[in-house]
Design a protein around this ligand. Sequence first.
Ligand code: PLP
Length: 419
Amino acid sequence: MSKDETLLSTASLDKVDPEIAATIENEHKRQQENLIMIASENLVSRAVLEAQGSVLTNKYAEGYPGARYYGGCCFVDQAEELAYKRAVELFRADHVNVQPHSGTSANMAVYLALLKPGDRILGMDLSHGGHLTHGSKVNISGRYYEAHSYGVDRETNYINLRHVREKAIEIKPKLIIAGASSYPRLIDYAGFRSVADEVGAIFMVDMAHTAGLIAAGMHPNPVETADIVTATTHKTFRGPRGGMIFCKSQYASAIDKAVFPGLQGGPLMHIVAAKAVAFKEAMTPEFIQYQETVLANARALAEALIEHKFDLITGGTDTHLILVDLRRKGISGRLAEELLEGVHLTVNKNVIPFDPKGANDPSGIRLGTPTLSSRGMKPAQMTEIASLINKTIEYRNDQEKLAEVRNSASRLCLEFPAY
Ligand SMILES: Cc1ncc(COP(=O)(O)O)c(C=O)c1O
């Protein structure tokens, strides 16, 4: 590096930091060369990437548009106002806060706004598909609040609202949370609403996983039903990594104060701008088509897996994700994840409801279609991918067969480039 190329220079990343440049290039290659079925991941557009990588990262903007604690906020104010306006329109919300750094920060801000330490909350059991931040003992939500949980029905693996109601009547929570990380079915928000009303609880939905499907009108919109709705912007929604909180007007001021100054300092304005871009993209017919494909692909993948005699939790999916019970196949979730990784199929091991095994080596895997759909794949490719998954597991000791699968996966990756 010459003297002129230090600090504020225009030298490119590969000159300034070849190690990190190589890491990024390798990750780019990995995304290109693997069929990624992590249900919580996606590929953002170039426009979102551009906003994220912009000079907006330089700006401090504690506060909200028009009421900042720093000068020079006129342009970042415009970015946040656009994000706000578009999000409210898209989800038909009274109010939104677009500053949470992540889904977890969004949930923490809601608790900070509405609860006192020790208050009772009722959320879905982590081991049945809920999320850490809904009251798990290892998370702040289960340590600072008195957390109770509901699970799925042992027979059907569906959420049983009768059980939710019984639990809610028994413990009288201040807050009821609906939403999940590995639940493949629609959630009855109206049913939860009436349980919350019956016991006088505030009703929150965490739509982190399904925000994209909801924005496109594929799933009912909980923003119309719940008091508060949190989400991530990076899963099915296909925006930058981040969070957001929708709420009814009466909670707006408490939520805003909880995000800043309660929980966070300066918002990540490059991310807020990228969220605005994602909101704009989500208003297009192409986005609706994309979400239709996500669902059609998940159904096609589920049907093909069933043909290959895989057991699916609840027997199928209404969403972008599938939870596979591998016990009939005589393989653990961890081994399946490792084997599939070896043939360019990326999935994650996952507990299944009432799993006899632990989270480190559970009985299931979770599969999702958002990333494959972003690459332009359709149900025909899902049928082929189900067959590749089946071959990998059936012939796990046959190196020749595994090499065939690897070649087929690579061919699909070339045919449907990630970027
Ligand atoms: C339902 C749900 N809520 C919240 C989160 C947390 O999001 P983040 O990883 O952005 O903190 C997740 C992430 O997987 C999730 O599935």
